[in-house]
Design a protein around this ligand. Structure first.
Ligand code: AMP
Ligand code: MG
Length: 404
């Protein structure tokens, strides 16, 4: 009856589709995925320049030169970054040239300042040079007309910088989904209000909306619904209307008052799966209406956050234009024996570190209960405790997925 995690993820990704494109300023596009190829409108670098502070020379003047047999050349001028002077040098002459300054014709190498000594207008060189030494050559990184960034590339700070260096101000990106969040439960109270005995504060809205904020996604807050069919129907219907992806927390398990799935059915949501062989997070529901995605997340705070990370986030990234889901997976030596019943993949919150012998070690955090957010505070990874295993021995090599 339970679907395994990898099949669940595959189904979710299969039903997630890229949203349309929009134009954004490059400084607002961080984290988005390109909806166009970017072509170099010019060579990069645009002109040949010096990579160091030093002296422009003719290499013929420095043949057989070393620290015991220096050569002396006459300093005839200076070029700084931003200068466009066209000074020329003749044999026996050199030119002071600073990092980023264009190389004038006639200069066929730059010698680093560190290998020279200055005495008035005479510069002594303690090294020979090869043609093109310390040049940044025009077009060496990208040639004009070539594709330098492919469609579906995620925009990181380096991409933003590269776009700027090409003089590009606006770019086509995939739209991000509008995500609506509804939390459910009679026991839930909004922070700021007084609790009566038996009540708890809603924390799932805050952990889920923070996760969405990290992805720079706009959130529609549908508030807290009681475990009441009329109220649930109204809020879920509204959520479906105004979002591309709806997250409903709680009420999706097998309890007497877990009405969420019944409401989903009533609203003609097509169920793709319900209940994953995973711990925490078993009661997870996934369904669709057209291109809209609907997730029923378990109410337990840790489960809700982990299922967001492991299932919902890949779906959102796909909608945003990602073409391949690639979690960062590594292998580490387990520092403590782990036990469980077989039958579900367990995601153990872990701390990954390098020990004094440069070995990568992983240990579970304290507080592994699915209601214990405290166990996630120090966690920087999840240890995959495979479905069919019941023991992971101390010292064994385990698969770990990074969370940060
Ligand atoms: P449920 O999935 O509705 O059966 O809830 C499972 C557990 O998670 C119960 O102990 C709930 O009180 C708790 N829970 C549900 N929703 C939230 C929430 N939004 N914030 C904090 N705890 C919650
Ligand atoms: Mg509930």
């Amino acid at each position: 009856m339970l679907i395994d995690y990898h099949s669940a993820l595959r189904l979710v990704l299969k039903h997630s589709s890229h949203l349309g494109a929009e134009v954004a300023n490059i400084e607002d596009a961080l984290g988005s995925f390109l909806a166009q190829d970017v072509i170099a409108l010019a060579d990069l670098p645009r002109f040949t320049s010096s990579a160091v502070d030093g002296y422009g020379v003719k290499i013929a003047d420095l043949i057989n030169v070393d620290d015991k047999n220096p050569a002396a050349l006459k300093l005839v001028g200076e070029i700084k970054a931003g200068d466009s002077s066209k000074i020329k040098i003749q044999r026996g002459e050199c030119l002071r040239i600073l990092t980023g300054a264009p190389i004038p014709s006639g200069v066929d190498a730059v010698v680093m300042k560190e290998f020279t000594k200055q005495d008035e207008i005479i510069i002594s060189f303690y090294t020979s040079a090869n043609l093109g030494d310390n040049f940044r050559n025009k077009g060496e990184e990208f040639r004009k007309g070539k594709i330098i960034l492919e469609k579906y590339t995620q925009i990181n700070p380096a991409v933003v910088g590269l776009l700027a260096s090409l003089g590009i101000k606006k770019i086509r990106i995939h739209k991000k989904p509008r995500v609506a969040v509804l939390v459910t439960g009679n026991e839930l109270v909004e922070i700021g209000k007084k609790l009566k005995f038996g009540q708890i504060y809603d924390s799932n809205f805050y952990s889920l909306s923070s996760s969405l904020k990290q992805m720079d996604i706009d959130i529609i807050n549908l508030g807290i619904a009681k475990d009441n069919k009329v109220e649930l129907l109204k809020k879920v219907r509204l959520g479906l209307k105004i979002s591309d992806l709806l997250l409903v927390s709680g009420g999706i398990s097998v309890g007497e008052y877990d009405y969420v799935q019944e409401i989903f059915d009533k609203l003609k949501i097509k169920k793709i799966f319900w209940r994953i062989a995973i711990k925490p997070g078993k009661p997870t529901y996934f369904g669709t209406i057209g291109k809209k995605l609907i997730f029923g997340l378990p109410g337990n705070p840790v489960a809700s956050l982990l299922i967001f990370n492991q299932i919902v986030k890949p779906a959102i990234r796909k909608m945003m234009g990602e073409i391949k889901h690639q979690p960062i997976i590594l292998f580490a030596k387990l520092d403590e024996e782990l036990k469980k019943r077989s039958g579900r993949l367990e995601l153990v919150r872990g701390i990954l570190r390098e020990d004094s012998k440069s070995e990568i070690i992983v240990a579970p955090t304290k507080r592994q209960g699915s209601h214990m957010l405290g166990g996630m505070i120090d966690a920087n990874c999840l240890i995959y405790f495979p479905m069919d295993k019941s023991v992971l021995k101390k010292g064994s090599i385990v698969k770990v997925v990074l969370m940060k």
